[in-house]
Design a protein around this ligand. Structure first.
Ligand code: NAP
Length: 342
């Protein structure tokens, strides 16, 4: 099947973008590729293809999602079609937690580039600031036997490797994910190359205002994951106290007023607030409506103010599986007291 643009798609030229500290333009909406342990890699690759046909140009990938090879086939097909060139695309990759050792950043990025069939990524992120990892599909009680709390010197040795792959041009930008305010302050103090992006959970019920402001004040673009509240997230990332973002009464009221789906409200809010949401969908209809949401019918100031007030500090992706012996609760991973928890 040859690649072609969808006749009902969105012109990428009208999609807003954010300018990075080196002057590149990152589309203000990306498409996620984490299948939450239940989406087949071929189906995720087909969704990426649909997304590109619909007008998306920003794709959020990761080694641990185990679908880079399938997505690479699609990227190769799209770029071979002549309809798009590499510079039209923003591709993000992420270093998984089991590759934090000496020399492993380059090895992991090389594997990502091979599988995605690219010469460089636009952004390479350290997926989590700790080396604790787990195989796909585990439950909430799974723990890595060698897991440990954050050790700044170890993290900086990974960041130094990230700086070198950026120097070599294999990643046009480097960045972080799942950080906290105190960890980011230490990184900003000690880095040579600043993070261009921080990928963090962001949706109306979890707005992280202090961290969001810290990123913006330092020229770091906040990319928001799980922007719809990740309704199909893995079982290990669900707890009884979790809230459902798309059922929030304020979100529903605004959706009714505009005659749109609550997902569209979450995405309009995200882009108008100044973050870059990366919603995932395997459905063509949802991919298209998510992209259309950010180019038409903006929210009013009153609606933006009302949505700012629904924040519940409701983190959904808590990261239980990354806890270390001695950690008391998932909150230890997130330095909720303002100091790094060990
Ligand atoms: N850095 C990190 O540690 C990290 C962590 C989590 C996620 N991420 C990234 O962020 C991306 C997005 O996060 P996420 O996948 O957790 O959650 P999400 O984007 O908030 O939610 C995705 C779910 O919402 C549904 N959906 C999408 N559009 C919809 C619409 N218009 N109407 C109704 N339902 C809709 C999708 O189902 P359908 O397929 O049925 O549309 C999908 O199951 C991931 O794919 C991944 O790339 C990064």
């Amino acid at each position: 099947m040859s690649f072609s643009f969808a006749p009902d798609g969105v012109d990428p030229a009208v999609v807003p973008s954010r300018t990075t500290h080196r002057g590149d333009r990152m589309p203000a909406l990306g498409v996620g590729t984490f299948g939450s342990d239940h989406v087949d890699p071929q189906d995720m690759a087909a969704a990426v293809r649909d997304a590109l046909a619909a007008g998306y140009r920003h794709i959020d990938c990761a080694r641990v999602y185990k679908n880079e090879a399938e997505i690479g086939v699609v990227l190769n097909e799209v770029l071979s079609s002549g309809l798009l060139i590499r510079e039209d695309l923003w591709i993000t990759g992420k270093l998984w937690n089991d590759m934090h050792g000496p020399g492993e950043v380059l090895v992991s990025l090389a594997e990502t580039l091979r599988d995605l069939r690219l010469d460089y990524v636009d952004l390479f992120l350290i997926h989590w600031p700790v080396p604790n990892h787990h195989p796909p599909g585990v439950d909430i009680y799974a723990r890595d036997e060698d897991s440990r709390s954050y050790i700044h010197e170890e993290f900086m040795s990974v960041w130094r490797q990230m700086e070198r792959v950026a120097d070599a041009g294999l990643a046009r930008h480097i960045g972080t994910s799942n950080m906290t305010v105190p960890k980011m302050k230490l990184l900003l103090r000690d880095c040579r190359v600043k993070p261009a992006v921080n990928e963090m959970e962001l949706h109306p019920h979890f707005q992280q205002p202090e961290f969001f402001d810290l990123c913006n004040a330092n020229g770091i673009i906040p990319v928001g994951y799980s922007p719809l509240g990740s309704p199909n997230r893995p079982e290990r990332d669900t707890t009884p106290e979790d809230t459902v973002v798309m059922d929030d009464p304020v979100v529903l009221r605004i959706a009714n007023a505009h005659g749109i789906h609550p997902a569209s409200v979450c995405l309009k809010w995200a882009v108008q607030r100044g973050q870059v949401p990366i919603p995932m969908s395997t459905k063509r209809k949802n991919l298209l409506s998510n992209l259309k949401a950010i180019v038409e019918d903006p929210l009013t100031d009153e609606e933006m103010t009302a949505l700012a007030a629904v924040d519940r500090n409701g983190r959904l992706i808590k990261g239980h599986v990354f806890l270390w012996p001695g950690a008391v609760s998932w909150e230890d991973l997130w330095d909720v007291g303002g100091e790094i928890t060990r």
